[in-house]
Design a protein around this ligand. Structure first.
Ligand SMILES: [Zn+2]
Ligand SMILES: [Zn+2]
Length: 220
């Protein structure tokens, strides 16, 4: 076998959880174990019909990634790269396919594996990681979870002094919306104009809130 990646069920920890193991046959057909652990280790090549076999190509690596946790995927890619293969991987956020593991910045999240280990998931490139990290504490939260570039925690801390003001503006927005729907019930013919006005006013109020928050985080 040549230019082929093999995945098999490797050794477990605590006897209950098994790790996926990987290894490759290089272009000369020489076997190189990559992740080869415990009782399932394969210092020498083994033929087993249960194994998953992938060509070391863009498509092969894409399929391989679907079948393995991301941290093991990356570890395997790094070794493939050392052997001269192009380690194609896709950023989970921008969906760009990179051809170098040095473009990998970090994992999106991690969780326990049911045993003593941690599983890292979600591969992110440098650009997406910086776009999704809080300007102040640097913690990655994902771009959609940041407000003006700040995480909820830092935003809350920054806004402590102006929180009352923000709360008031927010309740004004609610009030304007309520008024518009009351008005629509009483004067249905003017409902649309009423809603339009309400939207305009609440936009202005929201802009005020945004400015307050921005000023607060700038003073951090
Ligand atoms: Zn990206
Ligand atoms: Zn933060």
């Amino acid at each position: 076998m040549k230019d082929t990646l093999i995945q098999w069920q490797g050794g477990g920890y605590d006897g209950c959880f098994w790790e996926p193991n990987t290894g490759l046959y290089d272009s000369d057909g020489v076997w190189h174990p990559i992740i080869s652990t415990g009782r399932g280790a394969r210092p020498e090549p083994v033929i087993d019909e249960e194994d998953d076999v992938y060509p070391i190509t863009k498509d092969g690596l894409k399929e391989f990634r679907d079948n393995i946790r991301d941290d093991f995927f990356l570890r395997t890619l790094q070794v493939l790269e050392q052997h001269g293969y192009t380690p194609y991987w896709e950023c989970d956020i921008c969906k760009h396919v990179f051809d170098d593991t040095s473009d990998f910045c970090n994992f999106e999240s991690y969780c326990g594996d049911g045993g003593i280990g941690v599983i890292h998931e979600g591969m992110i490139c440098y650009d997406c990681h910086s776009d999704g990290s809080c300007y102040y504490c640097g913690e990655f939260q994902g771009e959609s979870n940041l407000e003006a570039g700040f995480c909820e925690y830092c935003m809350e801390r920054a806004c402590e002094d102006v929180q009352d003001e923000i709360d008031e503006l927010e309740s004004d927005i609610e009030h304007v919306k309520r008024q518009a729907s009351e008005y629509a019930k009483v004067v249905p013919s003017c409902a649309i104009k009423g809603y339009r006005d309400a939207i305009k006013i609440s936009r202005e109020l929201k802009a005020k809130i945004y400015d307050l928050k921005l000023a607060a985080v700038e003073s951090l």
